[in-house]
Design a protein. Structure first.
Length: 373
């Protein structure tokens, strides 16, 4: 039985879901699992921690800070190293940038034979100050020496890893996967009063401000349209105030959804969904929308093209509210195209099944441990 320790600081959104579905999906007869997590991101993560414990997964809390904090990072590194020395795992699997760096270094200091890293989008690809991006790239290059294998969730992430100097054989492409569901297929085609939906954290990454910037141009052509933003985050109040102050504010609404059932309920109201993200790894929100048969307009970032393939998503350049508006209008004024995307989405989503992700990851663990022993 292999002993795997997962380390994650970014316990929100897609990284939270990835960790939960991966560790709960691995065969407990073949893998002993512990998770080391921080609890500062989302208080609701306590539900996942309770779920892990109920399934016999060891849960350990080591507080890590999202941004660079020399004293706090050193303290977290010491605690991680001590904990790994006590747990003595066969493999450490670190996720996202902060836990990715600290976790791999702690694994090295604790003499763990195998360290695997999944970036879920590299920090240096994230919009920010140029100096910070250079620093993050340098840190990723340094951490490469402590990395047995890097798991890329998209082709663009694989290419970014190659740019850091990883050998092709060090990188394994494993797309995120979703559980197969029998969601009701879309039948909504009322183009007179369509609902344009957004699902995600209300923050810089997901680009809800880009959507609001596109609203006037959308309503110029589709005056009866409504825009619904589903999610929470640090920008919620700011966006609500922006919408309330605009002449079109009554056509924009906000909703929260605390679980996947709530999100699915909201998604069922959409005629189409927009994903104007500034960066992504490989979006679960996009996969869920395709499986539900919801047409999608998405910015060309991260793993969007991996998911879209040659069909399934209407792709636009990022940071372009004008092109976002034009794509939304075009799709809503073309029922046949919208119906085609709605029909092709579930078929495309079949290529990204959760069972495949789990099987590929389990095979990687066995191979990496065998190679490192």
């Amino acid at each position: 039985m292999l002993h795997i320790v997962h380390i994650l600081e970014a316990t929100i959104g897609g990284t939270r879901r990835h960790l939960r579905e991966l560790v709960l999906g691995l065969d407990p007869a073949a893998f002993r699992i512990d998770v080391i997590v921080a609890t500062r991101r989302d208080p609701d993560f306590a539900r996942d921690m309770a779920l892990f414990r109920a399934h016999g997964i060891g849960v350990h809390v080591v507080q890590m800070q999202r941004h660079a904090a020399p004293f706090g990072d050193l303290l977290a590194l010491i605690r991680l190293t001590r904990l790994l020395r006590r747990l003595q795992p066969d493999i450490v699997h670190a996720h996202s940038s902060k836990a990715g760096f600290l976790g791999r270094l702690a694994a090295h200091l604790a003499h763990v034979p195998t360290a695997i890293y999944t970036p879920h989008a590299f920090a240096f690809e994230i919009t920010g100050a140029p100096v910070r991006r250079v620093l993050y790239r340098l840190l990723e290059r340094i951490a490469r020496r402590w990395t047995t294998c890097l798991v890329a969730v998209s082709q663009s992430e694989r290419e970014a890893a190659l740019s850091l100097g990883y050998a092709p054989g060090q990188i394994v492409l494993i797309h995120n996967g979703i559980a197969t569901k029998n969601e009701e297929q879309r039948t909504k085609n009322d183009s007179a009063a369509p609902t344009i939906g957004f699902i995600g954290r209300l923050c810089l990454q997901k680009g809800p401000d880009i959507l609001l910037s596109a609203v006037p141009a959308i309503l110029e052509h589709l005056p009866q349209a409504s825009i619904r933003l589903v999610g929470d985050g640090p920008w919620r109040r700011r966006l609500m105030c922006q919408a309330a102050a605009a002449p079109w504010g009554t056509q924009v609404s906000f909703a929260g959804a605390s679980d996947e059932a709530g999100v699915a309920h909201e998604r069922a109201k959409f005629d189409l969904m927009v994903m104007p993200s500034r960066w992504e790894g490989l979006s679960y929100t996009l996969l869920d929308a395709l499986q539900a048969g919801v047409p999608v307009v998405a910015a060309d970032v991260g793993g969007v093209r991996d998911v879209a393939g040659d069909d399934g998503v209407l792709i636009i350049p990022p940071e372009r509210p004008d092109l976002l508006a034009a794509a939304v209008v075009r799709l809503l004024q073309t029922p046949a195209e919208r119906a085609r995307l709605s029909a092709s989405g579930p078929q495309r989503a079949q290529a990204f099944r959760l069972e495949h992700m789990i099987q590929q990851t389990a095979a990687l663990y066995r191979q990496a441990r065998s190679s490192g022993s």
